[in-house]
Design a protein around this ligand. Structure first.
Ligand SMILES: *Cc1c(COP(=O)(O)O)cnc(C)c1O
Length: 464
């Protein structure tokens, strides 16, 4: 094979620059980006000639050089972060951005963020204010706590709390509550970063009141409870509830810290889910400091919310670490908006997307699924489209055993394999992420917004 001939047949840069399509791209985008794309693409073709013995393929790549350059330039100017359609039925999907924000809140957020705002400006006093002021009162009202603040996420909240309350000292925690939260991040390792020493007590399945008491030394600064969010130990188990730890804290004059993980503000058992201890419960029972995520069951922006006794929250606000972990104007705005919805529970469950998805009845999801199926039927796809009962999950390390009855639209393609269809769906302009079960593509309708169904149907028509 005449490799040198192929090398010579790659058009020179000045020839490429005269091409109409390249010139159009140079006018639309900047010339440097186009030059970079030409260099990268010709290098890719050279590499192919070096590596590959398929003459047909090499010829094709050389023929396609100009369109490939234009595609490269366009790709550089297309944002990679994009919306996707979540057909997995996992409501708090960490890989898919956890809690969606409502359009109404987003519109307000755009208004605030597009210009200047009173993020740290006290409009009453006409001087410097505090970025937590916009939602601190709300958090106190909703949870019964004396004071509140928020940082970047719950992992940083845990770190800040321990750094402020226990740096250089010991914190007693049950061995059964040392969780890995995913992505290889482990709560105990995050905690150690705070400079506090963890003293693990009890065994994996059992921790008794006396284990905590026996671990107290001169160095002990606090007791810590961690919600075992993403797993459950069942069977021969015992743990010490927060209300039992309170008297122990009083006896030794030590604060009780609780990492609730998800942190719910409403009683989910009213909606047919397992009861999850609420933040209000922890505060009422006497926890000194409680922290939880903003974008798990709360349904808001990524944040780590800290509520509790004023003297501890004040210490945290003064901690230098707070500056490194502080929330920005997007989070402050979104947090206030989502917390305001909780002033009425009815509002919260109807307006916060996460709660709306969780509390949707199976009948309601079934109706949507039927609508979605009709849309797909009208497209006459080269596939069989059926409805099937399925189960949604909460996800995000919340209520790991919970399964919510739901409905899915199933697709069995006729002209390609299931893995091929799954790949094609991932490469759509608005990618669709389905669940694949037993050689079927399954789209759980609980997590698909009504206004996305038409788009999904149009997109599926493109590939089927
Ligand atoms: C999820 C979780 C965290 C981490 O929260 P992020 O907001 O994701 O940082 C910490 N502790 C517990 C118990 C959790 O469930």
């Amino acid at each position: 094979m005449d490799k040198n001939g192929f090398y010579r047949s790659i058009p020179k840069v000045d020839i490429l620059l005269e091409d109409e399509r390249i010139q159009a791209a140079s006018r639309l985008y900047d010339r440097d980006t186009v030059m970079d794309a030409i260099r990268e693409q010709t290098e890719a073709v050279r590499e192919l000639i070096r590596q590959c013995d398929d003459e047909e393929r090499i010829r094709r790549e050389i023929d396609q050089l100009i369109p490939s350059v234009v595609r490269r330039v366009e790709k550089m100017h297309t944002p990679d972060m994009r919306p996707v359609i979540n057909g997995t039925g996992t409501i708090l999907h960490t890989n898919l951005g956890r809690a969606p924000i409502s359009r109404e809140h987003m519109a307000r957020l755009a208004e605030v963020a597009c210009g200047y705002s009173n993020l740290e400006y006290d409009l009453e006093a006409g001087k410097r204010g505090e970025r937590y002021s916009h939602f601190e009162k709300l958090l106190c009202k909703l949870t019964g706590a004396e004071a509140a603040m928020a940082v970047n996420n719950n992992a940083s909240a845990v770190m800040l709390i321990l750094s402020s309350m226990a740096k250089g000292g010991e914190v007693v925690v049950s061995r059964g509550e040392l969780v890995e939260i995913g992505g290889k991040f482990r709560i105990p390792d995050v905690m150690e970063q705070s400079g506090a020493k963890l003293v693990e007590v009890g065994t994996t399945n059992k921790t008794h009141y006396t284990d905590y008491a026996d671990a107290v030394t001169e160095e002990t600064k606090a007791f810590l409870k961690v919600h075992t969010s993403n797993y459950r130990i069942v069977g021969f188990t015992e743990s010490v509830a927060i209300d039992e730890l309170i008297p122990l804290g009083k006896e030794y004059d030590l604060p009780i810290i609780e990492d609730l993980g998800s942190g719910v503000l409403i009683d989910l058992s009213k909606y047919g889910l397992t009861y999850e201890p609420t933040v209000q419960d922890s505060i009422r029972k006497g926890a000194d400091v409680v922290c939880f995520s903003g974008d798990k069951l709360l349904g808001g922006p990524q944040a780590g919310i800290i509520v509790g006794k004023k003297k501890y929250i004040d210490q945290m606000k003064k901690n230098q670490l707070t500056r490194a972990l502080r929330i920005d104007k997007f989070t402050a705005t979104a947090l206030e908006l989502v917390l305001q919805e909780y002033l009425s529970e009815e509002n919260a469950v109807s307006k916060i997307p996460v709660l709306r998805m969780i509390t949707r009845t199976a009948e309601d999801v079934e109706k949507s699924a039927r609508r979605f199926k009709r849309m797909l039927d009208r497209k006459e796809l080269k596939a069989s489209v059926t409805l099937q009962k399925c189960e949604s999950q909460i996800g995000g390390g919340s209520l790991p055993l919970e399964r919510i009855e739901s409905w899915a639209v199933c697709i069995r393609p006729e002209t390609m394999s299931v893995p091929e269809l799954e790949t094609a769906m991932r490469h759509l302009e608005v990618p669709i992420i389905p669940r694949t079960v037993n050689d079927t593509i399954l789209m759980d309708v609980r997590t698909i917004d009504e206004d996305r169904m038409k788009l999904a149907a149009d997109e599926l028509k493109q590939i089927l």
